[in-house]
Design a protein around this ligand. Structure first.
Ligand SMILES: *Cc1c(COP(=O)(O)O)cnc(C)c1O
Length: 463
């Protein structure tokens, strides 16, 4: 099984990025629960036939849809070891907890946080952003909020750019604060949060008797990869007593690349940072992470004292506080191990190089787009995301949406779509360490060929 998987990974460029799923494959997953087992070889055969060919394709070097990581064989092997150990990383006195703590310290060092900062592995940044909102809510309202909820007439209000990820609004919803109480601040020409508008909004909310408590800056927005002006947002948060959170889901690890690190100046001022190892960090899914400056507030937000989770100074119940004291999960897998293996085997510098290389490729793509009269760049390229469109007559949005579907079905290259200032864009996010210039060239050739074909179709239809 391992050999098969290595062969598959090695030959991945020769396969289609994605392919439509035949009915027979889908039908295989409509069968009832088997009363009797089959041989492992049989089930593996089913895996190869009906599962392996029909994933979204994010390990493929031609995958550019959404910000998804490529994973590595090292991460895959570490995941196998973790499954073999079957460690439950909720807590207790075991070395897997120390591995996670080491990652927390590495992250605290990377972001120049104090040594008593706390952190936790989670499924992803959606959860990490929610943890940040919950700790900030605790700081704003105190211990009472955990038992009695938000008191009447204390309406907490949060702020993020209009380009922020939807999970910030969802975090407000899940925290019982209401997604409508996230103010979506307009963006400037660089797609960064307009910091003047931020201050105006905070002042207006305060005058209306509301309680501003939290601002999330984004490092690497999902649509265009923009980075908010962290020092300015930090200063506004400081002046107004707000929790300063950074959603660095994919972008925060740019700290590992010396060429990109200066773009993140000010991140060291954050109260908390959400960050995914499963995107730019190339760790297999899932490996999200939250880092919190004030470890006491983090602990006080989640710790409970249930007797079955009793702590001790010796025996297996020692080594408190435990990861379960810093988040909502009790049973948790050993996500830290694949992350630890990735850093140990490749080293921080190599991961930083891979991250920088994706940005070099993005600049290469944007130059080629600007050199093509058929194409139009729709947003400046800050990091690794390029948004452009094919020029056409008539309904340009519909044309480009169809072109992206053509591309995905071709199996050659798979970008996704997004909306940039009201225009539908072909969005190319370069995240995978396997992607090289040849893949960018193949993407562009396919865009131009399929675009020209679609344009012809249009003109013959209207003729
Ligand atoms: C991916 C992403 C998220 C969501 O993270 P998940 O790991 O998918 O939960 C949040 N914010 C930004 C900016 C992202 O890129």
């Amino acid at each position: 099984m391992l050999d098969d998987m290595f062969d598959y990974l090695q030959g991945i460029r020769q396969r289609p990025v994605w392919q439509p799923i035949p009915d027979t494959a889908r039908a295989a997953f409509r069968s009832p629960m088997p009363a009797q087992g089959s041989t492992l070889a049989d089930v593996h055969q089913q895996f190869k036939q009906n599962i392996l060919p029909y994933t979204i394709g994010n390990i493929h070097p031609g995958f550019f849809g959404w910000v998804q990581g490529g994973g590595t064989p090292v991460g895959m092997l570490a995941e196998m070891l973790a499954a073999g150990l079957n460690a439950n990383c909720g807590g207790r006195d075991q070395i897997p907890i120390e591995v996670e703590r080491q990652l927390v310290r590495w992250m605290a060092d990377l972001f120049e946080f104090p040594s008593d900062a706390t952190g936790l592995f989670l499924t992803g940044s959606s959860m990490a952003n929610m943890i940040a909102v919950l700790v900030a809510r605790y700081r704003a309202l105190g211990r009472e909020v955990r038992t009695h909820g938000v008191p009447p007439k204390r309406q907490l209000v949060a702020y993020a750019s209009a380009g922020a990820h939807g999970c910030i609004a969802q975090a407000m919803d899940l925290a019982g604060l209401g997604s409508a109480n996230l103010r979506k601040i307009p963006m400037n020409a660089q797609f960064q949060m307009d910091t003047m508008a931020l201050e105006t909004a905070i002042t207006a909310d305060r005058q209306a008797g509301l309680q501003p408590f939290f601002v999330a800056a984004t490092v690497g927005t999902v649509d265009v990869g923009a980075i908010d002006e962290l020092p300015v947002v930090a200063a506004i948060a400081e002046r107004n007593g707000l929790w300063f959170h950074v959603d660095g889901a994919y972008g925060a690890l740019a700290m590992l690349a010396p060429e990109l690190k200066p773009l993140l100046d000010g991140i060291e001022l954050a109260d908390s940072i959400a960050c995914d190892f499963h995107k730019w960090g190339q760790v297999p899914y899932d490996a999200g992470f939250i880092l919190v400056r004030d470890g006491t507030a983090h602990l006080d937000t989640f710790a409970t004292r249930d007797t079955y989770l009793r702590r001790d100074v010796r025996g297996m119940a020692a080594n408190s506080p435990w990861p379960t004291d810093f988040g909502p999960d009790l049973s948790r897998g050993f996500r830290a191990l694949k992350t630890w293996f990735t850093f140990q085997v490749f080293g921080a510098e190599r991961i930083g190089q891979v991250i920088n290389e994706t940005c070099v490729l993005a600049r290469y793509l944007s130059e080629r787009v600007q050199a093509q009269p058929e194409l139009e760049l729709l947003a400046p390229v800050a990091l690794n995301i390029v948004c452009f469109r094919y020029r056409s007559e008539g309904d340009v949005d519909a044309f480009n949406a169809a072109l992206v579907a053509d591309l995905q079905e071709s199996g050659i290259a798979a970008p996704s779509v997004t909306t940039v200032r009201g225009h539908l864009a072909i969005r190319v996010a370069i995240v995978n360490h396997r992607t090289g210039r040849q893949d960018i060239d193949a993407l562009l050739d396919a865009v131009l060929n399929l675009g020209a074909r679609r344009l012809n179709l249009l003109t013959t239809e209207s003729a």
